[in-house]
Ligand binder design. Structure first.
Ligand code: SF4
Length: 208
């Protein structure tokens, strides 16, 4: 027997286009990449150019979604579970909204999975899956102790423990993002300048 959806008043599945005041989990991920991206996205909305890389990522994701539905649950080390794809979710407690590639529900736990077009899981991917885990836990009233990042090109799963340190990172990052959003604070440029080479906001950063 699997839990019913959804679950409580503060966290629930939503229709698209609602709750626009919430911060997206994608923005949380972008903060880890470079905090200044959050400034551009929230204080100067509409300037972000759409790049070939974003388009390619979106198309790869769509193809992976079809393949994932045919996979077994073996990779998640369970024999049975109820799978949900492209689940829109919010948490008013965290002030977050997002769309999760895949959630697996069992009677005892929920597992979150994110598909990525990258060679390895990075810190920004980890915080994203940590936030998803916290949101799902709240929404479905089930413990979430692990998630997976599926590396599309490598056909490989990376396991992510959704533990105390990762949860604290999510909360601390949200606080830092508030400073940027609410006070229109522009952070300094990212220290690892190689990130700027592939950043779509590069032409707006005159100090790099
Ligand atoms: S160009 Fe560099 S400093 Fe500017 S937003 Fe992008 S990553 Fe950050």
């Amino acid at each position: 027997m699997f839990p019913d959806l959804p679950m409580n008043e503060e966290a629930h599945l939503i229709e698209p286009e609602r709750d626009q005041e919430l911060v997206t989990v994608t923005l949380l991920k972008q903060y880890i990449y470079c905090p200044r991206v959050v400034y551009y996205e929230t204080c100067t909305p509409g300037i972000r150019p759409r790049t070939y890389k974003m388009q390619a990522g979106s198309e790869a994701h769509d193809r992976e979604r079809e393949r994932a539905a045919r996979r077994t649950l073996t990779a998640y080390q369970i024999s049975e579970g109820e799978r949900h794809f492209d689940v829109r979710i919010i948490s008013r407690r965290l002030g977050l909204s997002g769309m999760i590639d895949e959630i697996v529900l069992t009677p005892h736990e929920a597992i979150v999975i994110d598909y990525k077009l990258t060679g390895r899981a990075r810190d920004n991917h980890l915080i994203q899956i940590g936030a998803y885990g916290m949101m799902v836990e709240e929404a479905f009233n089930l413990p979430v102790q692990r998630g997976y990042i599926y590396l599309i090109d490598l056909h490989r799963f990376e396991s992510v423990p959704i533990d105390g340190p990762l949860r604290n990172s999510v909360l601390e990052t949200l606080k830092s993002m508030d400073r940027i959003r609410l006070y229109e604070y522009m952070p300094p440029p990212v220290e690892s300048r190689f990130k700027c080479e592939s950043c779509e906001f590069r032409r707006f950063c005159n100090d790099i």
